[in-house]
Design a protein around this ligand. Structure first.
Ligand code: AMP
Length: 418
């Protein structure tokens, strides 16, 4: 299949060709024609599936007749609102709008929190047709009477599941009340939870559903592996694996900011260039860390789930779960960072005895067992007692049960007491 059959105009097809895209990704093939028709869309697609182009390209085509060279801000009202959960994703989507829209003379802008508002105010006052925004900052700008959403024709909710996880639902509802009732709505979400379906029913009208990957399954081109290990040996095992396998560009997940900072400094002290990226970092610090990681100066990027959301790193070869996430769906988000756009990737999980229940939750969601291996020299202590997980969230259930991991470690053969 080629892009030519999707109904996009010639200059956009040329842009796509110049970007080196030869074949539309499944979400692009399914979504572009329906968005062009003006229909609402509910699409299940993770970052890395080409979803940004799937909505940006047809939106550019639908809006191009509004392009004009007037200096009057009134001639450039906001016609498209793209809501995203994080600053990183906002920056990436904005970049995609500029890239894909380089031949279309519409104005675009991005607004997100954590940086001064004045430059954003200046840009919005001049008038922009396409606005990419995080919800909180957008509402601040509406409050200041700088952003006017009364002429929005198309609303995009990108990574809607993450927006709900981050507690943006009230903000989203307030924003929607400011939009004209007649508009096109596009909702993208990595997973379709019941909550997402409920939200979609209140926002979308007769949507076309685009579900390219089966519900709640990880990409087939990602190799997954579990290493059972004692909690206090995880740092050593991770450093050992990075050295032994000569891993580069490793994205490591922890559950907390504190654990991310601590792990990054332990690895860094051992000569493995590592940086933690989390929401306490300033925007310039985060951007610098991401750039260093992309260009290979930083070997290991340690992130929490919230911070990692929306990071676009192409062909990322390795994802490590230093700690399993509380929420099994986050496991799918995390490992979605690898094996993108057809590349293969590895997703390694270091699982201690107190995480067995979390591992079970992940396997239940995936509807399959993840293969495991015991690394020589890191055999877990058979007699270890599981420690209650700190900060245990009520939905994670009661105290973890350690039997399966013990069975696994011994089934692996190399048994040794430390
Ligand atoms: P996204 O899911 O929108 O974050 O896109 C993931 C990556 O895939 C981006 O870096 C895009 O440049 C790239 N991409 C998008 N569409 C295609 C395509 N049809 N062929 C090859 N790469 C693509």
């Amino acid at each position: 299949m080629t892009f030519d059959t999707l109904g996009l105009s010639a200059d956009l097809l040329r842009t796509v060709g110049e970007e080196g895209y030869t074949t539309p990704t499944p979400v692009q093939a399914a979504a572009i024609p329906v968005v062009l028709e003006g229909r609402d869309v509910l699409a299940a697609a993770q970052t890395g599936t080409g979803k940004t182009a799937a909505f940006v390209l047809p939106i550019l085509d639908r809006l191009r007749h509004h392009a004009n060279s007037s200096f009057s801000p009134a001639r450039h009202p906001t016609r498209v609102l793209i809501l995203v959960p994080t600053r990183e994703l906002a920056m990436q989507v904005d970049e995609s709008v500029r890239t894909y829209g380089r031949t279309v003379p519409l104005r675009s802008a991005v607004v997100y929190g954590g940086i001064p508002m004045d430059p954003q105010i200046k840009v919005l006052r001049a008038g922009v047709e396409i606005l990419v925004a995080t919800p909180g900052r957008l509402l601040d700008l509406v409050g200041q009477r700088v952003a006017n959403l009364g002429q929005v024709e198309i609303l995009v909710l990108d990574e809607a599941d993450r927006m709900l996880d981050m507690g943006f639902l009230p903000d989203i509802r307030r924003i929607i009340e400011l939009l004209p009732p007649r508009r096109q709505n596009l909702m993208f979400s990595a997973t379709f939870s019941d909550e997402i379906r409920r939200l979609s029913r209140t926002i979308l009208h007769d949507p076309a559903t685009v579900e390219v990957a089966p519900r709640n399954t990880a990409g087939e081109d990602i190799r997954q592996l579990v290493y059972p290990v004692d909690r206090d040996r995880k740092e050593a095992l991770l450093a050992h694996l990075i050295r032994k396998e000569d891993l580069r560009q490793v994205l490591v997940f922890t559950r907390t900011k504190l654990a991310a900072s601590r792990l990054a400094s332990v690895l860094d002290r051992q000569g493995l260039e590592a940086v933690a990226i989390h929401s306490d970092r300033t925007q310039p610090e985060r951007t610098r860390a991401l750039e260093g990681f992309k260009n290979g100066d930083i070997r290991v990027l340690v992130a929490t789930d919230v911070a990692a959301r929306g990071l676009d790193i192409e062909d990322l070869p390795h994802v490590v779960n230093f700690e399993l996430p509380w929420n099994p769906q986050d496991y799918i988000h995390r490992i979605g960072r690898t094996g993108r756009a057809g590349a293969t990737g590895d997703a390694i999980s270091l699982v201690s005895i107190d995480e067995v229940d979390l591992l079970r939750g992940v396997q239940r969601l995936l509807r399959r067992a993840i293969p495991w291996t015991v690394e020589e020299g890191f055999v877990p202590d058979r007699n270890a007692e599981p420690q209650p997980l700190r900060h245990l969230r009520p939905r994670a259930g009661g105290h973890p049960h350690h039997k399966p991991l013990r069975a696994r470690a011994s089934a692996g053969g190399a048994r040794r007491r430390r």
